[in-house]
Design a protein around this ligand. Structure first.
Ligand code: MN3
Length: 240
């Protein structure tokens, strides 16, 4: 079955998402991110907020270029790379699970397309905080919420060159932080950090250079003001 329901089901709640997920993927496990089943790889997804929504932490010009140029290019190149191949009708999670056999054009552009979509949806103008359940789990795993942030920040700061920082749930259902190079993600079979993504941060220079230039740590600090915890809580709820 094709992936036709991009974002259509967002907002319908957990139960509806899971039902939709099962009907599309047929074999979703509980630890899989149900959001992915709503990804229609044949439509460039809308940005869930205005370009200026995250000011002053992420500026409008950066958002416009990042979404309309960078993200769109990954999408177009992904579409071109999978056209006429077995990947054309394959759910994203299956593509990622066998990405080592897919070749670099699919690996880089599938990751670039999906990671940015996930990233936009874990950003919001209003940032609350983790749910009591997620907060308790973060405290249990990292010692405190601040120590979790330190671990995530370290992953983001120490990623050499371009890549992403992650909070993810391992297959053993343990929270963990880490980073991936380029457009890799924890769903890929080649990734050294594997699991269900809960929160991610783009640390490519294109994500911050206009406003922060070489000051990546300032951009990372600013990011915490625009984390869409509601979405992160939902991902955790659906994965755990
Ligand atoms: Mn980017």
């Amino acid at each position: 079955m094709e992936r036709r329901n991009f974002l259509k089901n967002l907002g319908l709640g957990v139960a509806a998402s899971i039902v939709a997920g099962k009907s599309v993927a047929g074999e979703l496990t509980k630890s899989m991110n149900p959001d992915m089943t709503q990804l229609n790889t044949h439509e460039f997804p809308a940005l869930p907020f205005e370009y200026n929504a995250l000011e002053p932490y992420i500026d409008a010009r950066t958002m416009e270029l990042h979404y309309d140029k960078h993200h769109r290019t990954y999408f177009n190149n992904f579409e071109a790379a999978i056209k006429g191949t077995k990947f054309d009708t394959m759910p994203m999670e299956k593509i990622f699970a066998s990405i080592s056999a897919a070749g670099d054009p699919v690996r880089n552009n599938a990751g670039g397309f999906y990671n940015h979509w996930l990233f936009w949806n874990n950003l919001a103008a209003k940032s609350a905080g983790p749910s009591p359940k997620l907060k308790a789990e973060l405290e249990k795993t990292f010692g405190s919420f601040d120590k979790f942030k330190d671990a995530f920040n370290t992953a983001a700061k120490t990623r050499f060159g371009s890549g992403w920082a992650w909070l993810y749930l391992t297959p053993d259902m343990v929270l963990a932080t880490g980073s991936t190079p380029n457009q890799d993600n924890p769903l890929m079979d080649i990734s050294p950090v594997k699991g269900t993504p809960l929160l991610l941060l783009d640390v490519w220079e294109h994500a911050y250079y206009l406003k922060y230039q070489n000051r990546r740590p300032e951009y990372i600090d600013a990011f915490w003001n625009v984390v869409n915890w509601e979405e992160v809580n939902k991902r955790f709820e659906q994965a755990s």
